[in-house]
Design a binder for this molecule. Structure first.
Ligand SMILES: NC(=O)c1ccc[n+]([C@@H]2O[C@H](COP(=O)([O-])OP(=O)(O)OC[C@H]3O[C@@H](n4cnc5c(N)ncnc54)[C@H](O)[C@@H]3O)[C@@H](O)[C@H]2O)c1
Ligand SMILES: [Zn+2]
Length: 664
């Protein structure tokens, strides 16, 4: 058994580690309630063993460290934290304690916004500085960034020479969803919760980023107001509101512990409907004189507490366990649950991570289990309830062959993960679809690799054509939350619809035909009117195209001769995807009708496909090789063989200048 001293030291180390992740890097590794458990254990042990007391303990400190790059600012009044409580008894005990000292106290109950604390300083009514909490004594100036937050007034109509307020900068759930998707697409750093993203954004060095990320603020305390006195917190909030500050909404004034508990419970039930995240409710003594009388410890005021809601838990039944396969070929077991409403959404599935997870929690098909949401977002199975286990419950073992391609699966050497050993597994399909929707091809906005992956492993998409049937599953997608909330699903479906109008060259690019990139696809669509013409093109016709050789031509021919391609094209047409070349639609006039051009060498200004397009738009044809039928060879630098051939056949050779003159 380890001694108390070791445990205390170990806890201090763990908490310091997580503080750094959370406050300094905005990338916590554990859930808040797990962190709170560690802190509580440490506080309890420290209280029981004062002999191990240390000033360096995280229980004696506030917040994190100050970023080196940001300007440091000393706080006028140290910014302290709040005493966290976790039970009804704690709330009643707090009220009793206050009542012992203050006759007939009034309390205010507010939502505890899950964001980042800032102090705003107004001099002569002008926003002059904005500071994070930092370590409580010294904060970081984020003034330039705060200027980008719309809901922070830059000027307030007051004759008070100095006003200082405290508020919480946060990000709405919708904005979080949007930014996270964008980050995922770019493959950049992603944040787990709106709080972390808000904190990470505000402590950015580039104010432009803050503007893009649409941060918001709720002001919840007046700290200083020179020449202006208030007797109560509620009164000061009303004044702040009249100055145009965005004040914490829906605060309630209560007199008894029962009333307070009622307010806390209502906020707890309603919190899932809010467009932003909260991580508790704050109970504060309303009268400011009473607050002064109660005073503060070095870390928290004695006149307030923060009630932390336990994560909501529900019981449900594991109806089945199925395998999802990811881009890397990993087999991820997924529990299909009897749908239950949990923390604001209906949950019908939860990841079981790997075999070890299933074994250690002894989760069987048919079991009743307890689920909860990590960070209020991702559902997880906490434990099974063996007492409720039916006799026919089935133990689950991850299959030894891949359910998609039947290849044998292999367990990672030093991990719990099982992967498909097959090379042609879903992994490749996913890459294909990801390319199809990417910027280079159909450019479907908001369709990141992770959405592709989940839609494929959930079997909503098996081939490109299925993308255009997703709308039929709109409600299901929203319900399951695979690509985010309602707004994200609609944005995605609208982007998919929009892509139906794309130019044929984008569609051809998206097919990912071997040796056919963007340029080659454009060459195809500037020479043929629609996808049927391309499908029916002969090898000779293809080889004739600018920049086509034998390899590219046969690759195209091969792709369009496949039955699967024919099926795909029909499906796309049925779904209303454009299969006509826009270049043909862009016809300006027919001055080049009956004329065939060959473009060769590097032109001084035009790219070859641009020149080809101009020829098309004026009714001409572009060919890849010079023959007697060629009307003009448009030649640039280093033209080479085709130029010689043109001279031999006495075909007229023109340069870009002459070509331009023909277009006048
Ligand atoms: N997951 C992790 O690794 C990790 C690590 C460190 C801290 N944390 C979490 O961070 C929190 C730590 O607490 P803390 O010291 O930042 O303070 P706190 O979150 O317990 O409470 C104080 C803060 O609440 C904010 N607040 C929001 N609305 C408010 C309102 N209406 N009135 C007053 N204050 C309001 C203020 O910014 C204030 O600074 C805990 O929730 C803890 O779980 C998590
Ligand atoms: Zn496989």
């Amino acid at each position: 058994m380890i001694g108390v001293k070791e445990r205390i030291e170990n806890l201090r180390l763990q908490i310091k580690y997580h503080n750094e992740k959370y406050y300094d890097m905005d990338q916590p590794e554990i859930e808040d309630f797990e962190y709170d458990v560690l802190v509580n254990e440490l506080k309890t042990l420290e209280a029981l063993h004062p002999e191990f007391k240390e000033l360096d303990s995280p229980t004696q400190q506030v917040g994190g460290t100050v970023k080196r790059e940001l300007r440091k600012v000393r706080h006028d009044v140290p910014v302290i934290s709040l005493q966290d409580v976790f039970s009804k008894e704690d709330v009643y005990a707090f009220v009793d304690k206050v009542k012992y000292q203050i006759p007939n106290p009034k309390f205010v109950v507010e939502m505890k916004i899950d964001g980042l604390s800032v102090m705003l300083r107004y001099r002569e009514g002008k926003l002059a500085e904005g500071i994070t909490r930092g370590n409580g004594e010294v904060g970081e100036s984020v003034y330039e960034n705060l200027l980008e937050i719309e809901s922070i007034p830059k000027i307030i109509p007051t004759d008070s020479p100095y006003v200082e307020v405290r508020g919480e900068v946060y990000m709405s759930n919708d904005t979080f969803e949007m930014v996270r998707q964008r980050q995922e697409e770019r493959g950049g750093k992603t944040y787990k919760t709106p709080r972390n993203l808000a904190a990470g954004s505000l402590r950015q060095l580039d104010p432009k980023i803050v503007r893009e990320r649409k941060l918001d603020i709720f002001v919840f305390n007046l700290e200083v107001s020179e020449n202006k006195d208030f007797s109560s917190h509620a009164e000061s909030l009303r004044w702040l509101s009249s100055l145009g500050l965005s004040v914490i909404p829906d605060y309630k004034i209560c007199s008894t512990a029962d009333e307070i508990w009622e307010c806390i419970s209502i906020i707890g039930e309603e919190r899932w409907k809010l467009p932003f995240g909260i991580d508790g409710a704050v109970v504060k003594v309303d009268n400011l004189e009473d607050r002064r009388e109660l005073g503060s410890t070095s870390k928290v005021p004695r006149w307030a507490i923060a009630f932390k809601y336990p994560p909501e838990q529900k019981e449900t039944v594991v109806e089945d366990i199925k395998i999802q396969i990811g881009r890397t070929g990993r087999l991820a077991p997924l529990a299909l649950l009897t749908p239950v409403k949990l923390a604001g959404t209906t949950v019908s599935r939860a990841s079981l991570h790997n075999q070890d997870y299933i074994d250690s929690k002894d989760i069987r098909i048919g079991d009743t289990v307890v689920i909860q949401k990590a960070g209020d977002i991702i559902p997880e199975v906490i434990r099974s309830i063996p007492e409720k286990r039916p006799v026919d419950a089935i133990k689950y073992i991850i299959p030894s062959t891949c359910p998609i391609c039947n290849s044998p699966t292999v367990r990672d050497e030093n991990g719990a993960d099982v992967r498909c050993g097959g090379e042609l597994c879903l992994a490749q399909l996913i890459r294909g679809i990801t390319y199809f929707v990417s910027k280079d091809a159909m450019d479907i906005e908001g369709f990141g690799p992770s959405s592709v992956e989940s839609l494929m492993s959930e079997e909503y998409i098996k081939s490109i054509a299925d993308i255009y049937h997703l709308r039929e599953y709109r409600n299901e997608l929203i319900e399951k939350g695979i690509v985010g909330r309602e707004k994200s699903v609609d944005n995605l479906l609208n982007a998919i619809d929009k892509s139906k109008e794309n130019d044929l060259s984008q569609l051809i690019t998206g097919f990912g035909i071997k040796n056919v990139g963007k340029q080659t696809a454009r060459a195809l669509t500037s020479s043929f009117a629609d996808i049927d013409e391309i499908s029916n093109a002969t090898l000779d016709q293809l080889i004739d195209l600018p920049d086509f050789g034998m390899t590219v031509a046969s690759s195209v021919l091969n792709f369009f001769s496949l039955d699967s391609t024919k099926v795909l094209i029909n499906k796309l047409k049925e779904a209303g995807v454009n299969t006509k070349s826009k270049l043909q639609e862009d016809n300006i006039d027919n001055r080049f009708a009956g004329k065939t051009f060959v473009i060769t060498g590097t032109l001084p200004n035009l790219k070859r496909d641009e020149a080809a397009r101009l020829i098309q738009m004026h009714g001409g044809k572009v060919s890849g090789s010079v023959s007697k039928k060629t009307s003009y060879v448009l030649a640039g630098e280093e033209a080479g063989g085709k130029l010689t051939k043109a001279e031999e056949l006495s075909v007229k050779i023109i340069d870009e200048q002459e070509f331009n003159n023909m277009l006048l």
